[in-house]
Design a protein around this ligand. Structure first.
Ligand code: PLP
Length: 403
């Protein structure tokens, strides 16, 4: 269906009629009766926390992304912390990441007493730029954390090549990228460790939850210990073996994902392919509609990549519109389109500026992108009508400010 608008139509922000009456969020979970039944079954069982569903979820997840091991955590943030621990990050070390991400990506280095360092992003994908990364590697660098921004995988091959030369561990923050593909390989099977989040706006949700995938047995063992207080065995294993003895061999945390969440995750994972197909259709419709519109820059997709489309980050070209990102954002909200912005560059947060000495101007590509970005609604439960409304609202606003 094609969507039309006229330049005479008053914007809702100026008192006109909004494109839709009801607020459309930028992201939302989709929970069906199978998901509810899976959780209820666990609630009626003997194990609410680390029971059989944890292994079942981990095995299904590892198989889905093509990794040998998957280790579940209580959140994506906890999973990042676990990966930083398994990589051996400690005080005196540095970890390089992208500034255009959620703060948790860089915070995981801080949790381990290491220093986060940023390298600027590529102008097209807004992912960590391998050429910028080269300049940031020092004798102290131990890990690199590329981020699959919006679900477009990072350019991992040149990053892995650099890592091999400098003996670095590559931890991909794949929290946006479950189901993405990079050069025929699945995200989660390429970096030394890959980290996923199951927050409700992600492709698969467990309420709160996360996962680390890896092919390395030593990393998997360290991750399992770390999420369980640094203890060498799990309570259920001890009960089955009829033993009480356990040893704490490292400093760990309680970062366990309960069976309740894992049962939901197993049920959600079954629907991942359908969810991805839906998101890809929405992205294709958006791109087709917005590419010809004045003042808008659609997200780039590099050759050999199949993004997972966690977000649809549209960029405003301020030279071609008589409104800046802030105005367009407010205008879309007034039309009842629940837009968002991903992300305020991490180094510009007061903590990073005041405690770690970063400043505006340090990463010009990420900063310029931030000034232009708007994330449009993107979730697999969107109806065709919802997509039409977003296209109509963006068209109405672009048309208004372009004339
Ligand atoms: C890029 C990125 N990294 C890390 C996280 C942290 O995940 P969680 O919210 O599950 O702790 C998120 C979550 O939004 C994210 O988008």
């Amino acid at each position: 269906m094609s969507v039309t608008w006229t330049s005479r139509e008053a914007l809702a922000i100026d008192g006109g009629k909004p494109v839709r009456d009801k607020h459309l969020p930028y992201g939302h979970q989709a929970i069906d009766e199978d998901d509810i039944a899976a959780v209820v079954e666990v609630l009626r069982s003997d194990w609410l926390t680390t029971g059989p569903k944890v292994n079942e979820f981990e095995e299904a997840f590892a198989a889905r992304v093509g990794a040998k091991y998957a280790v579940a955590f209580s959140s994506g943030t906890a999973a990042l912390h676990g990966a930083a621990f398994a990589a051996g990050l400690k005080p005196g070390d540095e970890a390089v990441t992208s500034p255009l991400t959620f703060a948790a990506t860089a915070n995981c280095a801080l949790y381990q007493g290491a220093r986060p360092v940023f390298a600027d992003v590529c102008t097209d994908t807004l992912n960590l730029d391998a050429e910028q990364l080269v300049d940031k590697i020092t004798a102290r660098t131990k890990a690199v954390l590329p981020v699959a921004y919006a679900g477009h995988p990072a350019d991992l091959y040149p990053i892995l090549e650099l890592a091999e030369r400098h003996r670095l561990i590559v931890i991909e923050d794949a929290c946006h990228a479950l189901g993405a593909e990079y050069r025929g390989r699945r995200t989660g099977s390429i970096a030394h460790m890959s980290v996923f989040s199951f927050h409700p706006v992600k492709h698969v949700t467990t309420g709160e939850g996360g996962m680390v995938t890896t092919d390395r047995e030593d990393f998997a063992a360290a991750l399992r210990r770390f999420r369980n207080h640094g203890i060498s065995t799990e309570a259920r294993e001890r009960q089955i073996a009829g033993q009480w003895h356990y040893e704490m061999v490292a400093l760990g945390y309680n970062y366990r994902l309960p069976d309740i969440g894992c049962a939901l995750g197993i049920s959600q994972l079954r629907k991942l392919d359908a969810n991805l197909a839906k998101r890809r259709t929405i992205a294709a419709r958006y791109t087709e509609a917005f590419r010809p519109m004045r003042g808008l820059i659609v997200p780039a997709v590099r050759d050999g990549v199949n993004p997972a489309w966690h977000l649809y980050p549209l960029r405003i070209d301020p030279g071609k519109l008589s409104a800046d990102r802030g105005r367009v954002f407010k205008a879309l909200r007034a039309e009842n389109i629940g837009v968002n912005v991903h992300y305020i560059p991490v180094h510009l947060h007061p903590y990073y500026r005041d405690q770690l000495g970063f400043k505006a101007g340090d990463y010009p590509v990420a900063e310029a992108a931030y000034e232009r970005l708007i994330s449009l609604p993107m979730f697999h439960g969107m109806s065709g009508r919802d997509v039409d409304d977003v296209i109509a609202a963006v068209g109405k606003i672009s048309n208004h400010y372009a004339s």
